[in-house]
Design a protein around this ligand. Structure first.
Ligand code: FEO
Length: 171
């Protein structure tokens, strides 16, 4: 059972996860457009993961007898300066999402909503991984440079990222 306030907050988070998917799909399209297929693959996998995050929240609201309310998804940017710009924007966005998850957790604690606290635990852990991945790629871009041979090598590496559906994650 969800309070109205919690239901509304979870619906807000659902919208933020859908926006995240939209943002990374836009970055994937841009990467394809500028000839970086590895980056395009990485962001496409990220898009799919964000859709999974959204569906986790969608299913949870339903399971708890709440009402899913879909809102307008904001238009994401479609132009980026370079690969570094995309990853800096990705990190900044994920820091915003982390803060949002932490605020949700605060609300669940305040309301003594133990079920939602357990549900959110997965997202707290996931955000550590997401920010870690972004920091790692930014460090590589700084080291190898975001053009020429260095960029080509990173693009090859990002081409190897594979999408793993939630059922196979063992989560
Ligand atoms: Fe759904 Fe990238 O956090």
């Amino acid at each position: 059972m969800l309070s109205k306030k919690m239901e509304e907050a979870l619906n807000e988070q659902l919208n933020k996860e859908l926006y995240s998917a939209y943002l990374y799909l836009s970055m994937s399209a841009h990467s394809t457009n500028i000839g970086l297929p590895g980056f395009a693959n990485w962001f496409m996998v990220q898009y799919k993961e964000e859709m999974d995050h959204a569906m986790r929240i969608y299913n949870y609201i339903n399971e708890q007898g709440g009402k899913v309310k879909l809102k307008v998804i904001e238009e994401p940017p479609s132009e980026f300066k370079d690969a570094m710009d995309m990853f800096q924007k990705t990190l900044k966005h994920e820091q915003f999402i982390t803060k949002s998850i932490h605020d949700l957790m605060e609300l669940a604690i305040e309301e003594k909503d133990h079920a939602t606290q357990i549900f959110l635990q997965w997202f707290v852990t996931e955000q550590i991984e997401e920010e870690g991945n972004d920091n790692e790629i930014i460090a590589k871009l700084k080291l190898a440079g975001d053009r020429g041979n260095g960029l080509f090598m990173i693009d090859k590496e990002l081409a190897t990222r594979v999408y793993i559906p939630p059922a196979e994650e063992g989560a």
